[in-house]
Design a protein. Structure first.
Length: 229
């Protein structure tokens, strides 16, 4: 047994629908601008440029139904609903045709973003971490196993705030589908079991305020809900 000078941190994890066991989270990778309409609303050309990635810490994950405190140092907290891919089998240089074999399951997550800090970082050529990788920035609904639901390539994805739909799209609109995202990510990073990939958000991102109730879902995958406390 290794001795540690401090108690080791708990394993970050996310719930699994209908099971008491939890999915251990190793890393969180996120794809930027993977729906054309969202790329346009962010002022970018949605041409099929290679996907780019950023990360959040594993313990940014928050279970469904949480009350998430409004984060510090921002006046523009945005919601981004996304299909979350849970990696069950790791690998490097994964071929697109084999990529889905590495998927354990899927969930609906929200890439919470301090948009003002992200935009300031963009303007200054600085890293995005303070805008994207803050505490409790990755609420994620219960995962479902690919062996039960298959590998969704189409289906409505939406998010509502206080009952009003803000974001709406379809998984079929992903510029880079899940298999391509896995293949491309695995060229730069050896994927490991427990990694999550947030695959990008459809158009309609917007600001959240204290007291807002956020609810979203992906057809055939599941839902996510939380409140900004
Ligand atoms: Mn995002």
């Amino acid at each position: 047994m290794t001795d540690y000078v401090l108690p080791p941190p708990p394993v970050a994890s996310v719930a699994i629908a209908g099971e008491s066991a939890r999915f251990p989270v190793r890393r969180i990778f996120c794809v930027g601008r993977n729906y054309a309409a969202h790329a346009r609303e962010m002022g970018k050309d949605p041409d099929r440029e290679p996907p780019f990635f950023f990360t959040k810490p594993a313990d940014a994950i928050v279970d469904d139904g949480a009350a998430i405190p409004y984060p510090p140092e921002t006046a523009n907290l945005h919601h981004e609903i996304e299909l979350v891919v849970a990696i069950g089998a790791g690998g490097a240089d994964i071929a697109p045709a084999r990529a889905l074999d590495h998927v354990w399951g899927y969930g609906a997550g929200v890439d919470l973003t301090r948009r003002d800090l992200q935009n300031a970082a963009k303007d200054l050529g600085r890293p995005w971490d303070w805008g994207k990788a803050f505490d409790r920035s990755a609420p994620c609904g219960p995962l479902r196993r690919a062996r039960d639901i298959g590998h969704p390539s189409s289906g409505r994805i939406w998010l509502a705030v206080n009952g009003a739909v803000r974001q709406e799209g379809d998984l079929a609109e992903l510029i880079w589908p899940v298999a391509d995202v896995i293949a491309i990510a695995s060229r730069s990073m050896e994927l490991k079991p427990g990694d999550l990939i947030f695959t990008g958000t459809p158009a309609g991102v917007g600001a959240l305020a204290r007291g807002d109730r956020v609810e979203g879902a992906i057809q055939g995958v599941g839902g996510i809900s939380f409140e900004i406390a």
